[in-house]
Every structure is written in C-alpha cells, then in structure tokens.
Design a binder for this molecule. Sequence first.
Ligand SMILES: N[C@@H](CCSC[C@H]1O[C@@H](n2cnc3c(=O)[nH]cnc32)[C@H](O)[C@@H]1O)C(=O)O
Ligand SMILES: [Zn+2]
Length: 439
Amino acid sequence: MNQLRVSGGRVLRPDGRVERADVAVDRDEGTIRAVGEPGEIDEAVDGGAAETLDAAGSLVIPGLVNAHTHAAMTLLRGYADDKPLDPWLREDIWPAEAELTPDDIEAGAELGALEMIRSGTTAFADMYFAMDRVAEVVDRAGLRARLGHGVVTVGKDDADARSDVEESLAVARELDGAADGRVRTAFMPHSLTTVGEEHLREGVAAAREADVPVHLHANETTDEVDPIVDERGERPIAYAEDLGALGPDDFFAHGVHVDGDEIDRLAAAGTAVVHCPASNMKLASGMAPVQRLREAGVTVALGTDGAASNNDLDVFDEMRDAAMLGKLAADDASAVPADAVVEMATAGGADALGLPGGRIEAGAAADLAVVDLDAPHLTPVHDPVSHLAYAARGSDVRHTVCDGEILMRDREVLTLDAEAVRERAAAAASDLVDRVESA
Ligand SMILES: N[C@@H](CCSC[C@H]1O[C@@H](n2cnc3c(=O)[nH]cnc32)[C@H](O)[C@@H]1O)C(=O)O
Ligand SMILES: [Zn+2]
C-alpha cells in the first residue's frame, strides 16, 4: 500500500476535540486509514514505508471548503471596489467579463487554485463560464470541486437565454466525474431575479432529471427579494420551493435577507446556505442570520465569493468574519462561536457541497491541512480552535493534502508552478483591462 503519515502533530477531530495523534493515509484510496498514537496506528495499518509529513508544533485540520466562489474572478481582484451589488455587476463586472476568453478563465482559475492550496482549502464550489477549462485546472491542481456554468437570462432574447440554460445543463452532465471523480457538478442559475421563470422551471426540471444539484445566489440583497415579493406575492425561498429547487442536495449562496418562514423552509428541505460574510460586508448587502439558521438546523457553509468582492480566497478570513458578523447580527457576543465557524468551514462545507472530506477520521477522504502554530500571533495556545477562528491566517498553513496527494509541502506547492501561474494571470488581467477600456 502506498502510504502517507502525517506525524507529530495535534489533530482536530470531528467532535471538536483536539488530541495528540498521527494520521495514516492510504494514498491509493485517497482516504484516512487511521488516526491515533503512533503505536496504535502501526497496529491498525499494514507495515511498509510511508512518506511522512512533519506536523510537529502544528494542528492537523480537515481541508477547508470554500463553498461559493467564482475562482477566475481573481483577475478582477481590486478592479472595481466600493459599490453596491447591482451597479457593481452591471457597470463594472459584467462589461469586463464580456471580454474574458477561455484562456483568461483558465489563468484566473489557476491563480485561484494556487491561492486556495496555499491557504489550506481543498474543495470549492465554482459558478462561472468556460467550466471545461476550470475542470482542467482542478485536475492539475489536485483539488476537489463542484462546478457549474452560471446562467443569466435577463437582457437576452429567448434563443440566447435557452442556450445559456442548455450550456449549464450540458456542463452539469458532461463534467461530472472529471479529474478522477474529484469534479462534481451542479446546475447553476445565477439567481432568481437574473434568470426568468420559464427558464428556471425548465432548467430545474432537467437538473432533477439528470440528478444534479442546483446552486444559485439567493436573498443576497433586498433588491433581490422585493421584486419577487411584488410580482409573486411570495418570498424567494417559497418561489424556489415552487420551482422544485429546494432539495436536500441543493445549496444557495448568501441567504442574507431570509425571514423566519424561509429559514423553516430551508431547514425542512435540507437545503444548505453558503454564508459569504466578507462579500456581504463589502457590498453592504446585509447581515445573514447565521445563528438563527444554525439553530433551526440549516446546514451552513462558508464561501469567499469571488475575489472581486472579498478580495481574497482565504477561508481563515471567512471564519473570522463569520464569527464577528454573526455576533453583530445576533446582537449577542456568544452567537456564532469559534467551534461553529470551524465546523462551517469544514464538515458544513463538505455536507453542503455533497463532497467527501471535512472530517479527520478513519474512512474519510484524506483532505487535510497542517497549520503551523509556532508563530508569534498564535502564541500562547490556550485553545487551538479559537486560533483557527480568530488568529490564524492562510499563510500559517504548512502542508495541504487532497485525496491523499500532497498539494503543498512546507509552503511549496507541488502541483502547480507558482511563479508561472502568477505571471500568466497578471498578464491576462492587464490585457483584459486594456480590451475593456478600448471596447
Ligand atoms: N453566463 C453568465 C455568467 C454567470 S457566472 C456568475 C456570475 O456571478 C457574478 N457574481 C460574482 N459575485 C456575485 C455576487 O456576490 N452576487 C451575484 N453575482 C455575483 C459573477 O461576476 C458572474 O458574472 C453570463 O453570460 O453572464
Ligand atoms: Zn457569488
């Protein structure tokens, strides 16, 4: 058996306890074989040499899950800031995206993958276009992802709208299982206001037929809620339910402006919410009721959203922001505590996306990150879970492992050429801006 041993560290277990343990990984299967004291593990695991990752002075955690992003938007990082969602999309982002080529998207997604590996993220959900290129990046980078083509039908004639829906369905059918099964897919209408009702109905029905989940932006701003209430006399989550888009495998980004009835519907349906606190603060979208969602039993995950509204893809920042904003939203400093945000960034994310990982236990996918605690800003260590939520940052991650493969060792990314990726993305971004300005 081809083994990997993560040795000498402390391990965050699924119940939130932190214990001194080694992690034995079966690289052929991409799973964790055993977790325990070195002696116990040797009995549980066949003999034979194992490659070792040193975790001394470090904390071994499940690979983080970025459950909502647009990875290629790294090219638009810092391109247009300080505007509300609707004008930001219409005046700045969509015109720039109109100039994006598949090569650009590949370059931007690769930069995003590099950034995610370097900050301990092993799985993500991505809504964008040219998704065949994004799937190739996921394959090369060694990550796991749930990918979908984002559909927008507003402003399009019926033929164009239909072909966008068809494209999203085709991507969902054809890319599922790519990268040795590490790529899964979803049907991804952009939102309930940017896709027309008939197109939503047809697309969701076809997604159900193809047995792929639905992912969309929901209740992000009041501008996304009010028109639905005005036109239909029902709130967005009730509308989603009526469309058949509120299922146990579906997951919605944002869920900022949800009322009690909508929270109950989400909980009853088992539909997950991906909380994106940095994006919600930056675009002044509002404060999601994370504590209430969790108390109602809704699965809550964390997402960075795109790098144009964050402006990075570091899920450690998202944990801290979620805890801070959750307290403010609940007007209660005990709301959304450290262990809750860590759970949202790990098991909650894996569950929301329906991907393996998120837990360090025998039989689980070998997706993990090793966080170096020997740093001034992480000293002393009264409580490692507190540090994960409040003090650690992506740059504290030493090693990243996904599906049993080492993606980063001692901060050197092994699957991508970091300098080449950065240079290619920087060049693509500057060419893009030139084209937008002369368009
Ligand atoms: N096929 C569509 C592309 C949709 S991809 C998903 C879209 O979500 C946009 N986006 C990024 N962040 C947010 C957000 O926070 N809310 C809503 N949309 C966003 C992003 O810029 C991208 O245009 C088209 O032809 O325009
Ligand atoms: Zn988004």
